[in-house]
Design a protein around this ligand. Structure first.
Ligand code: ADP
Length: 237
């Protein structure tokens, strides 16, 4: 069977230096995410979750270690190359920054599709239908409710049918019912084969995850950062 690993991080380190001060935000984080999996990354504030997500998405460069998406290294490349790889393979869902405010929802999706250069696999109209926003393509972000805004941000993240969706606190500002709707949409994407990684504080988000990775002080703790190994077949006679 083909290797279903979509994203690999190996021994990621990230140091921040400000004058004499040095912060070690990531201290050797390794993890793997497979097709169809939903993984939650949890940890206290300051444990390195946002830094990890930025490095996985190629928005930030790790100081050491590497990130691979679909077998292709995305870390330690010029920003333009990282942006191209990100547009083609990675959907990024940030809590409040997924939509440009002066453009309609439909145009936001089409802009994300242009960044990937090539024929979009799915039309903006179809994407809007998939996130229950059919007919809202002409609306500006400010004309949407909180729940609609979250779903519109998700449509932009999914604009190029990514292999992996990386979401930073995607339900942080939503009420319980809207949160459930967004989580159901994320879970549905995973069921269709997309890998999903969610950085979250939400117990509801942790419940929908197949696997939870704990972060503490820049290191993974507790639960496994690797998918469960398949049991080796019993070959004894
Ligand atoms: P979390 O998302 O879990 O709250 P972060 O990844 O934001 O954690 O931060 C991890 C550590 O790195 C913290 O100690 C934080 O203060 C530090 N940090 C994050 N970004 C920067 C930065 N741009 N410059 C200096 N230190 C930073």
């Amino acid at each position: 069977m083909a290797d279903e690993t979509v994203l690999t991080a190996r021994e990621l380190y990230r140091f921040y230096r400000a004058g004499e001060e040095e912060t070690l935000a990531l201290r050797g984080v390794s993890l793997r995410v497979r097709r169809g999996e939903t993984v939650a990354v949890v940890g206290p504030s300051g444990s390195g979750k946002s830094t990890l997500l930025a490095c996985l998405a190629g928005l930030d460069e790790p100081s050491g270690g590497e990130v691979r998406v679909g077998g292709v290294r995305i870390s330690h490349r010029p920003e333009t190359e990282r942006a191209r790889l990100r547009a083609r393979h990675i959907g990024v869902l940030l809590q409040t920054r997924n939509l440009l405010p002066h453009m309609s929802v439909g145009d936001n999706i089409r802009l994300a599709q242009r960044a990937a250069a090539g024929r979009p696999a799915v039309s903006a109209k179809k994407l809007l239908g998939q996130v229950d926003l059919a007919g809202r393509g002409h609306a500006l972000p400010r004309q949407l409710s909180g729940g609609e805004l979250a779903r519109a941000g998700l449509a932009v993240a999914l604009a190029n049918s990514p292999d992996i969706l990386l979401a930073d606190e995607p339900t942080g500002e939503l009420d319980g019912e809207t949160e459930q709707a967004v989580l159901a949409l994320l879970h549905d994407r995973a069921a269709r084969g997309c890998a999903v990684l969610i950085v979250t504080h939400s117990a509801a988000a942790v419940r929908v995850a197949d696997r939870v990775i704990g972060l503490e002080d820049g290191r993974t703790v507790g639960a496994s950062a690797e998918p469960e190994r398949q049991e080796a077949p019993d070959v004894s006679a």
